[in-house]
Design a protein around this ligand. Structure first.
Ligand code: UTP
Length: 300
């Protein structure tokens, strides 16, 4: 690994989407605040950033930003009530989110797409490579991804995206990469990207998932990127430009992730995340697993 490139220290967490797949729950609550067991999804994502050494977090928020800001702040009233009751376990849980990292906020205004959300981070990020973690995408902490992506960025420069093999019939739900192999078996060179292609037009079954380590050149490209699929400014379109033109700030590499990942903005994936995490928790797992076993055997 070379250490000549600037270290990645900042994480950008876009959380300004409308979350239409999860309506009506997301009518007045950001989908990133939906609880996965007893913590909001975005807290797992902040914990992942911090565990990877990124302590400067910028959240891109939208019209419902208040619950996000409140969650990562102190709640003095609640803390003093729990303190008076001597409930130190709950007090520690309540304080945890407020002390994880320095969390900053910028408001997106209109949700004009993920590319537009990332562009809102330009002033905060400056000219250093930075990480982007989608606030509704959970990566199992036992299957580290972001640290590997940061190492690949440090070795190869440019930008690094996370890719996952999906069923070809599902590729129309994702950004999709055309690739060339490299000497590392979990790393590919990205030669092009297309947002949500029809299966017949998809160049591969490698889908983009919600972790990125980006060269700041992406901001210059995003400023010139017009609306793409769905009328939104797509991060995928800007990364396609970088992949095609090294002089614009490329190359783009992909780390192929083979671990556990949940899109909590999708209802079925959300349920899978809740069930798996509940089953694995020491406090809830024994009771919940035994109920689940009975349920599956007697009612399914
Ligand atoms: P999604 O495409 O999953 O978000 O964006 P969405 O539009 O909220 O979801 P649906 O399809 O309507 O259910 C991935 C991530 O990018 C953020 C979202 O909050 C999510 O974390 N995002 C998306 C923004 O911050 N701004 C946008 O304009 C769009």
């Amino acid at each position: 690994m070379t250490h000549s490139r600037p270290a990645v220290t900042k994480a950008v967490l876009p959380a300004a989407g409308l979350g239409t797949r999860f309506l009506p729950a997301t009518k007045a609550t950001p989908k990133e605040m939906l609880p996965v067991v007893d913590k909001p999804a975005i807290q797992y994502v902040v914990e992942e950033a911090v565990a990877t050494g990124l302590h400067d977090i910028l959240m891109i928020t939208g019209r419902n930003k208040r619950p996000l800001e409140d969650h990562f702040d102190h709640n003095h009233e609640l803390e003093s009530v729990l303190g008076r009751k001597g409930d130190s376990a709950r007090l520690a849980q309540v304080r945890e989110a407020g002390s994880l990292a320095a969390v900053h906020y910028v408001r997106q205004g209109d949700p004009n797409g993920l590319g537009h959300a990332v562009l809102c981070a330009a002033a905060h990020v400056g000219r250093e490579p930075f990480a982007v973690l989608l606030g509704d995408d959970l990566i199992d902490p036992r299957d580290p991804l972001l640290g590997r992506m940061i190492d690949v960025q440090s070795e190869r420069g440019g930008s690094v995206i996370a890719l996952m093999e999906v069923d070809p019939g599902q590729i129309h739900l994702y950004g999709c990469a055309s690739i060339a192999v490299t000497t590392d078996d979990d790393v590919v060179r990205v030669t092009g990207l297309v947002e949500k292609p029809e299966p017949a037009d998809a160049p591969s079954n490698l889908a983009i998932i919600g972790r990125y380590v980006l060269d700041p050149a992406v901001f210059d490209v995003l400023r010139e990127t017009g609306p793409g699929r769905g009328g939104e400014i797509q991060l995928t379109d800007a990364l396609h430009r970088l992949a095609a033109d090294e002089t614009a700030g490329g190359p783009v590499h992909g780390v192929v992730f083979r671990g556990r990942r949940y899109d909590t903005g999708d209802r079925v994936d959300y349920l899978k995340a809740v069930v798996r995490i509940a089953c694995e928790r020491d406090d809830l797992g024994p009771d919940f697993r035994s109920w689940l076993r009975d349920y599956v055997f007697t009612e399914m």
